[in-house]
Write a protein that binds this ligand. Structure first.
Ligand code: TXA
Ligand code: MG
Length: 319
């Protein structure tokens, strides 16, 4: 049998970017840093390339992917933008916002990438290297978080290499992710804008521009990243805890009680810092073999909504 090279972190250079772009064009997988979490990319117009993402992550096929593009012009080639979409795209892109919009042309995004939906989720990631890669690739790149489905999202190249050790390809190492939680997903396919997933852009900041965001509609699964159990560490989580009980490690916020064994997400109580540290802290505590992690209460505002969403899913009963 041929020796296989597992996923390996690579420094970002002109040469590694060019190599990664040609791997993408050839239908292979490439993991790359975004400001939110690391993504596992494949060309979105090629069902065989997209199938590799679902296989590598063991992701349910009904869970559609986000198409990543380098600029607004590329986004407008695949989706229809109304005035609301235009406004928030201009305010928050490049950045941690994903828009779900009516599909304009399926030329750039195959059915498998959209799980058959007539809409398309799009985002322009912030890091220049990510946009350079997308520009060099020249086609929309479907990219979910680069972790096995249901596990903690990766915010460092090493997390990707460890979590996806069973596949081949490069991980472009952009360092630790600056935002640390996934993008905010806003559905603009209907008259009422809906918040499908709280994330790196505060929902309040979006509402200030286009009015209140409704909750995800019932019925069909709109964003199965919304599956109840998700982002799961091995340890069980106990939320809104004032401190750890016997046998628990503590995930604190705004100061650890004296003598507490654990990690403080942000000693100064800053939600952006807490978001940046969330997945690494959960990984670290999990790696220490705790059976249970007690978690401090996090304010339900701004990035706190994204943090609480991930914590609630991490604490949910596993299937
Ligand atoms: O920050 C992020 O968004 C990261 C980085 C890599 O860009 N990506 C990410 O992808 O979090 P993923 O696959 O883990 O989450 C994508 C979410 C899923 O919950 C999916 O159901 C939803 O986007 N989604 C994709 N297309 C959709 C569509 N057409 N309608 C509704 N939801 C959609
Ligand atoms: Mg994910």
């Amino acid at each position: 049998m041929l020796a296989t090279a597992p996923m390996r972190p690579r420094k970002i250079t002109k040469a590694s970017l060019a190599r990664a772009a040609s791997a993408l064009r050839a239908g292979r997988l490439v993991a790359f840093a975004t400001e939110t979490v690391y993504g596992l990319g494949a060309r979105a117009d090629d069902p065989r390339a997209v199938a590799k993402i679902y296989a590598a992550k063991r992701r349910p096929r009904f869970n559609p992917l986000i198409a990543h593009v380098p600029d607004l012009a590329a986004a407008k080639r695949i989706a229809t933008f109304d005035a609301r979409a235009e406004l928030i795209a201009r305010a928050f892109w490049p950045g941690p916002l994903t828009l779900v919009l009516p599909l304009r042309s399926s030329a750039g995004v195959c059915n498998a990438a959209r799980a058959g939906l007539p809409s398309i989720a799009i985002r322009i990631p912030a890091p220049k290297a990510a946009r350079d890669l997308l520009r060099l690739a020249g086609v929309p790149i479907a990219a979910p978080s680069a972790n096995p489905s249901g596990r903690l999202s990766p915010t460092r190249a090493i997390d990707v290499a460890r979590g996806l050790a069973h596949i081949q390809g490069d991980v472009l190492d952009g360092g630790p992710c600056a935002v640390g939680v996934e993008s905010t997903i806003v559905d603009l396919t209907g008259a009422q804008a809906r918040l499908l997933r709280p994330g790196g852009v505060a929902a309040e900041d979006i509402a200030a521009l286009i009015g209140d965001l409704a909750a995800p509609g019932g019925g069909t699964i709109k964003a199965p990243g919304m599956l109840a159990s998700h982002y799961a560490p091995r340890a069980k989580l106990r939320l809104n805890a004032g401190g750890p009980d016997e046998g628990e490690l503590y995930l604190g916020f705004g100061g650890l009680p004296q003598g507490t064994d654990g990690i403080d997400l942000s000693p100064r109580g800053d939600l952006a810092e807490a978001a940046r540290n969330l997945f690494t802290a959960l990984r670290d505590l999990d790696g220490r073999g705790a059976a249970r992690i007690a978690v401090a209460a996090i304010p339900e505002k701004g990035l706190g909504r994204a943090i609480n969403d991930r914590l609630r899913r991490a604490a949910a009963p596993r299937p």
